[in-house]
Design a protein around this ligand. Structure first.
Ligand code: NDP
Length: 248
């Protein structure tokens, strides 16, 4: 799986799953553009880890929920690197709460980041991918987008929306040699899941046939496959990386 001469953009590439995806694509030879929104220290650490392993990486800060900033940033990436071959829409957040109590702001923020953010990036990149008649887009959705989850109506709606967005874009872009797929992680050990109580963690683990949490590398492996030549005939699909928690 050789990605030499390929340019990849990973949103939220600075921490957690995005960091390991970035490291994996760089190890496969790609130049990886790492996006983050607020924690420059984490982004710098990720780039340093890639460079010290002999890989190529750069940082671009923007908020994926901001359409104008996203458009402008992709313009700059295209002008600096000449092309974008791979886009991984990974940036995501949670603002959990029961539906009856959920603040409108928490609904909007999660939808704007997790769903509109992916739309903004896909829109910003697809014209250039269409011109070059090739491209790979991978959207990181979630098991929750398929099953729903009490306390995560906003997150589940955004992730389920991402499923529809992925399939529609796959249909629109296929004739231009662009594939659009998704990876749906289950319960992965990152900052996002660190805050869960022992009780909630125990309950989730009891629902996972493999009995353990996944790690970011498990998700990165699926992304690596989808952006490789091995997946050239795969589009509009989802790889579930969840220890058997949901069998789609
Ligand atoms: P983390 O919280 O560890 O990392 C989130 C990343 O997204 C950070 O790099 C963060 O940047 C970036 N980010 C957040 N908001 C924005 C924004 N508005 N614009 C640009 N970047 C942003 O999350 P995970 O690694 O756990 O999750 C990654 C993806 O995987 C998410 O889409 C998540 O929903 C999904 N997922 C995770 C699961 C899990 O169990 N962990 C399960 C299923 C899906 P910064 O550091 O600047 O804040």
């Amino acid at each position: 799986m050789d990605l030499s001469d390929k340019v990849a953009v990973v949103t939220g590439g600075s921490r957690g799953i995005g960091r390991v995806v970035s490291q994996r694509l760089a190890a496969m030879g790609a130049t990886v553009i790492i996006n983050y929104v607020s924690r420059s220290d984490a982004a710098e650490e990720t780039v340093a880890s890639i460079q010290s392993a002999g890989g190529k990486a750069a940082i671009v800060q923007f908020d994926v929920a901001d359409a104008e900033a996203t458009q402008q940033s992709f313009k700059e990436i295209l002008s600096d690197h000449g092309k974008i071959d791979i886009l991984v829409n990974n940036a995501g957040i949670t603002r959990d709460g029961l539906l009856v109590k959920m603040k409108e702001g928490d609904w909007d923020l999660v939808l704007d980041t997790n769903l509109k953010g992916a739309f903004n990036c896909m829109k910003a990149v697809s014209r250039s991918m269409m011109k070059q008649r090739s491209g790979r887009i991978v959207n990181i959705t979630s098991v929750i987008g398929f099953t729903g989850n009490a306390g995560q109506a906003n997150y589940a709606a955004a992730k389920a929306g991402l499923v529809g967005l992925t399939r529609s874009a796959a249909r629109e872009l296929a004739t231009r040699g662009i594939t659009v797929n998704g990876v749906a992680p289950g319960y992965i050990d990152t900052d996002m899941t660190k805050g869960l109580s022992e009780e909630v963690t125990e309950k989730i683990l009891s629902e996972i046939p493999l009995g353990v949490m996944g790690d970011a590398g498990d998700v990165a492996g699926a992304v690596a496959y989808l952006v490789s030549d091995d997946a050239r005939y795969v589009t509009g699909q989802f790889i579930h990386v969840n220890g058997g928690m949901f069998m789609g």
